[in-house]
Design a protein around this ligand. Structure first.
Ligand SMILES: C[S@@+](CC[C@H](N)C(=O)[O-])C[C@H]1O[C@@H](n2cnc3c(N)ncnc32)[C@H](O)[C@@H]1O
Length: 419
């Protein structure tokens, strides 16, 4: 197989490709149909965030850089029949698995090529949307890769990239650094056994024990290697992420989930919040990262300077025809309520649990519960307005309250609207 690559970067990419040749991500053997299932439309949220006025599906050229075994590329193609998707990866094993997945699912509008992230220009194409998730943490220069991605981004295009959060991985980083010490500065993805023994040896006060994702690190070796044992692993703070973007000639449109990056999510005392009012968006997001303390991954939406993102809104005339779809970012769980009421919904993320206490009691929680499946907002509204028990507000205020509530869910990325 021919690998599209610049020579200098190939040397750096080889060890990473070798890891992923042996431990492909996501794990895929092709043996069982359950494995072939692609990601639920990975494009939906970005389409909504970046081009909120264009809910309807449109044809688009999509590049998935470091596509691994293709669950995202195949998912994007399957759910967006008019899109033209290309997945690239340096690991030949991963590419073979990705092709197998697409073939078994009969998804035709996706292709795969071997190419390292530093050499996407050699593909000779430009793209309206570029995914680069779970890749930049393994390259020695994430900024350099972003520059290459910018070179193949169409003027109105966006990039969705993920980076490891430096603060949120503190406990894991400590374990990893012990491995580095005993490995004389080296870390190997094949140290899974020793890594597990070290994790078991931590005491209850060790920051590792406080990481909610510690359990993930105990699963299969591919997951462990992917999350933890990469030779080149790099993590970034919010400030460093801004620097990377600026060096690459890109602007940051937003971090996702946006609510994590708002100081208001953590502080309710107006006196404590006052000093944050004058800060730049970058400073506010950096401060929120410190207040949260456990953001382990930054999902960041990037575009060329001049790209204007219109805030998602339910102000458009036809919003009642839209279908509300819950964000994949939030895991809803019903929580018990008092007085026979449904109570509310909480999410696994701590930020939302805090928010939930103030916002999601009573009827609002029940409205959210109705926003499941393929009913339009109009249908949800119909059910809500016909059911007096769902309301604690005056009749005349119902539409406005409903709209304001949905608007808030939309701007916080809890609900996305689609058609
Ligand atoms: C963890 S997987 C991510 C798969 C997929 N993008 C996702 O989000 O699930 C990382 C992929 O990036 C590729 N990759 C990472 N660093 C690379 C590098 N320096 N050069 C080439 N490929 C790289 C690996 O081969 C691997 O398949």
């Amino acid at each position: 197989m021919t690998i599209h690559t610049a020579d200098a970067s190939l040397a750096a990419a080889r060890p990473v490709a070798a890891v992923h040749d042996r431990l492909v991500w996501p794990p895929y053997s092709g043996a069982s149909p359950a494995e072939h299932v692609p990601a639920a439309d990975p494009f939906r949220e970005v389409r909504w965030l970046a081009w909120p006025s264009e809910w309807r599906e449109r044809g688009m050229k999509i590049l998935d850089v470091g596509c691994g075994t293709g669950h995202i590329s195949v998912g994007a193609a399957k759910h967006n029949a008019r899109a033209d998707v290309l997945g690239v990866d340096a690991s030949e094993t991963a590419i073979r698995a990705a092709k197998d997945r697409a073939e078994r699912l009969g998804v035709g509008n996706v292709g795969f090529a071997a190419c390292i992230p530093h050499d996407v220009e050699s593909l000779g194409e430009t793209f309206e949307f570029i995914y680069c998730t779970d890749v930049l943490m393994y390259v020695s220069s994430a900024g350099e890769v972003l520059r290459h991605l910018r070179n193949v981004l169409q003027p109105q295009g966006v990039i969705l990239a993920s980076l490891l959060g430096a603060h949120g991985r503190f406990g894991v980083t400590m374990i990893r650094d012990i491995l580095r010490v005993v490995g004389h500065g080296q870390i190997s993805p094949f140290q899974a056994l020793l890594a597990r023994k070290l994790m078991d040896a931590t005491n209850d006060r060790h920051p590792f024990r406080k990481q909610e994702f510690a359990a993930d690190l105990r699963s299969d070796d591919a997951t462990l290697a992917h999350l933890f044992l990469h030779p080149e692993e790099q993590a970034h703070t919010v400030r460093q992420t801004y620097e990377l973007a600026a060096d690459a000639g890109l602007q940051i449109l937003r971090f996702e989930p946006a609510g994590f990056y708002e100081p208001e999510g953590y502080l309710t005392d107006p006196d404590a919040l006052r000093p944050f009012a004058d800060l730049s968006p970058e400073q506010r997001r950096g401060a929120a990262e410190l207040l949260h303390s456990r953001i382990r991954m930054h999902n960041v939406l990037l575009a060329l300077p001049g790209f204007e993102m219109r805030a998602p809104s339910v102000g458009d005339g036809d919003w009642l025809d839209a279908v509300p779809v819950r964000s994949r970012m939030w895991q809803w769980q019903p929580v018990g309520g008092s007085n026979g009421q449904a109570g509310g919904l909480s999410a696994s993320q701590s930020f939302w649990s805090i928010e939930h206490k103030g916002q999601f009691g009573g009827w609002q929680a029940q409205v959210i519960a109705l926003c499941e499946g393929d009913r339009t907002l109009g249908d949800v509204w119909g059910t809500v307005s016909a059911h007096p028990g769902l309301w604690a507000v005056d009749e005349d205020q119902r539409v406005e309250a409903f709209r304001a509530f949905i608007g808030k869910c939309v701007s916080r990325s809890i609900l996305h609207l689609t058609r």
